[in-house]
Ligand binder design. Sequence first.
Ligand code: DGI
Ligand code: FE
Ligand code: FE
Ligand code: FE
Length: 190
Amino acid sequence: MLKFSEMQEKLQSALSPGRFNHTLGVLETAIQLGHIYNIDEEKVKVSALLHDCAKDIPNTLKLRLCKEFHIPMDEVLLEDIELSHSFLGAEIAKREYGVKDEEILNAIKYHTTGRADMSVLEKVIYLADYIEPNRTPFKGLEEVRRYVTNDLDKAMEIALRNTIEYLAKNDRTIHPLTKEALEFINSKKE
Ligand code: DGI
Ligand code: FE
Ligand code: FE
Ligand code: FE
């Protein structure tokens, strides 16, 4: 694995200034949440830094790389190539940044859709991405910020519900993993 400072330099040249700035916001937020929820700081930092490492790859190249790395392109991903950046990001973190830790790779892989039975690290990265301070405010953001420091699952539930509602309103297909993530959280409640 590259040193953190080397990763940061490599990433900065792969991302637009705005996307890099977003990443620094996610990094700062994830470190704070990581302390609250007692997770390994190194894992939090690497996951947060690299979560969007594939975001600025042009869509045609995303598609080609997904094929090359044997990332299964389901119907939703084919319709919305952009969505593949999380799955592709995990592969690039592994191949180009030398990340071997499966927990980190999964936090990157599921940061956009979520999935059923997420680890605490996965939830922290998903939510840090959602609430980081550089994001342009949107409906539901403040509610997630209110819950995130004391009820991680409640914050996930709200964020997932908001995302599904937003996608439905914009006639975009909801990925099965996104639905499963919300169903799993709801199934744990009475
Ligand atoms: O990469 P970021 O912008 O930082 O954030 P992200 O990785 O959470 O991506 C957000 C985008 O992903 C947003 O436009 C909504 C979209 N998205 C999230 N879940 C789904 C989805 N798009 C589709 N089609 N289906 C999903 O389930
Ligand atoms: Fe992303
Ligand atoms: Fe997100
Ligand atoms: Fe992001």
